[in-house]
Design a protein around this ligand. Structure first.
Ligand SMILES: Cc1cc2nc3c(=O)[nH]c(=O)nc-3n(C[C@H](O)[C@H](O)[C@H](O)COP(=O)(O)O)c2cc1C
Length: 404
């Protein structure tokens, strides 16, 4: 079936590259789909692989590999591992393949399939492919198997001189494009129209946060005794997992909530109308910007791009630590929900709720060897305008960072 596939679907459509044809003839595609779909694996169409994702039509895999034009000594980066099949086709040709997948369960499945089929020259990682793989850059070639609206700049930056980036670009209608780096300039050429699943994550203004670890290194008693306000931070990037842990503490999401997300404190259901924002200035694995923290899903949604720390310090009456903290969490409350539910008393209620969330932040900071401080002095209207919210009133601002 594989031989027929290569003849009738791939050679017949004009693929001539010997290395590509050899690889397509060799990689057992049926081992990269569910057993139930194995007999359809060599047919002329894409197949579902779970999580709303697909394995591309064989011809598209061959075409993209031919456009990439890989050499035996190449190190190639793939964005969107999916089933792992495209990685296997590349691994058949080149020295080393690095591949990134945003959905953890797919990374695991692909790793299994690649191990079973014996491709030991593929390194997999779960993460946001938008940022590429900085530690292993530059690459001889980059292949992207999901479609961003625009080409991610980090991928262009991580391409070697003379290297090619093969990528479908667009939303509803996508064009397969080849970006080639020549004399540090980029030449773009169009291939065919295609349809890939969209690139999610940062490409769509979203940061998916790693799950918190829970394993405390110090006792609650020690954390309480060490809890103190810190107003001076080291000028060093925070990791995404540190920020993730702080946000989790701020959100206070219960882990045992079976039917829907609810917060741990304080009332039955713990559902005061509090919203949480993050100003990220210097955090690895995410672009600087202002985000809304969706505590129910433990996700960040970008509101504004760019480093807004100086502006934040300005509206907080010039307090220096807001300029220097790598990241800052802001709590605010929905005006209407606060007063319609609880009348004017509502302001007291949400303010206590946020004070407790703030204490969680202090204790979490101690556990992570970070520092924070509760900032209540700011210009209400200017902070509202900076965040761009209407009908919300900011309550507390918590800059945080590494200890000096
Ligand atoms: C209502 C309130 C507003 C605050 N506003 C600020 C502020 O704008 N800037 C600041 O540096 N600290 C602010 N703080 C933090 C206090 O100054 C801090 O809690 C105090 O220094 C005690 O230090 P400790 O937390 O180390 O015990 C505020 C605290 C509260 C309770």
């Amino acid at each position: 079936m594989r031989k027929t596939m290569v003849k009738t679907q791939i050679e017949a459509r004009g693929i001539r590259n010997k290395k590509v044809l050899h690889a397509m003839n060799k990689v057992p595609r049926h081992l990269f789909v569910d057993e139930k779909l194995a007999e359809k694996a060599y047919n002329d169409y894409p197949l579902p692989i779970g999580e709303g994702q697909t394995i591309s039509q064989p011809y598209i895999v061959a075409l993209m590999t031919e456009l990439l034009d890989p050499d035996i000594n190449d190190r190639i980066l793939e964005i969107g591992t999916g089933s792992g099949y495209q990685a296997a086709v590349l691994a058949e040709i080149v020295k080393k393949v690095y591949t990134i997948e945003i959905i953890p369960s797919l990374t695991e499945k692909a790793a299994d399939a690649l191990e079973k089929t014996g491709y030991s020259n593929v390194e997999l990682r779960t993460g946001d492919g938008f940022l590429g793989w900085e530690e292993e850059a530059p690459f001889d070639g980059i292949i992207v198997t999901c479609a961003p609206g625009e080409v991610p700049q980090p991928l262009v930056d991580q391409l070697k001189e003379g290297g090619k980036l093969v990528i479908p670009v667009g939303e509803m209608f996508q064009q397969l494009q080849v970006f080639e780096k020549k004399n540090n300039k980029i030449e773009v050429s169009d291939s065919i129209a295609v349809r890939f699943v969209p690139m999610t994550g940062i490409s769509q203004g979203e940061v998916v946060l790693p799950r918190p670890k829970y394993k405390g290194r110090i006792s609650v008693e020690e954390a309480i005794s060490r809890r103190t306000s810190i107003r001076s931070y080291k000028n060093k990037a925070l990791s995404l997992s540190e920020v993730s842990q702080m946000l989790w503490a701020a959100g206070g999401r219960r882990t045992d909530a079976v039917t829907e997300a609810s917060r741990t404190f304080p009332s039955a259901g713990g559902r005061y109308p509090v919203t949480i924002y993050l100003f990220a200035g210097n955090v690895t694995e995410m672009p600087a910007g202002l985000y809304r923290y969706q505590w129910e899903e433990h996700k960040l949604k970008m509101i504004k791009a760019g480093d807004l720390r100086n502006k934040l310090a300005e509206v907080c009456l010039g307090q220096e630590m807001l300029k220097n903290a790598p990241a800052t969490i802001v709590f605010s409350a929905l005006e209407k929900k606060t007063t319609s539910r609880y009348g004017e008393r509502g302001r007291r209620y949400v303010s206590m709720d946020v004070a407790h969330a703030g204490e969680n932040l202090y204790l979490q900071a101690v556990g992570l060897d970070l520092g924070t401080v509760a900032v209540g002095s700011f210009d209400d209207k200017e902070l509202e305008a900076l965040i761009g919210v209407r009908g919300e009133f900011p309550l507390y601002v918590f800059p945080f960072g590494k200890l000096k």
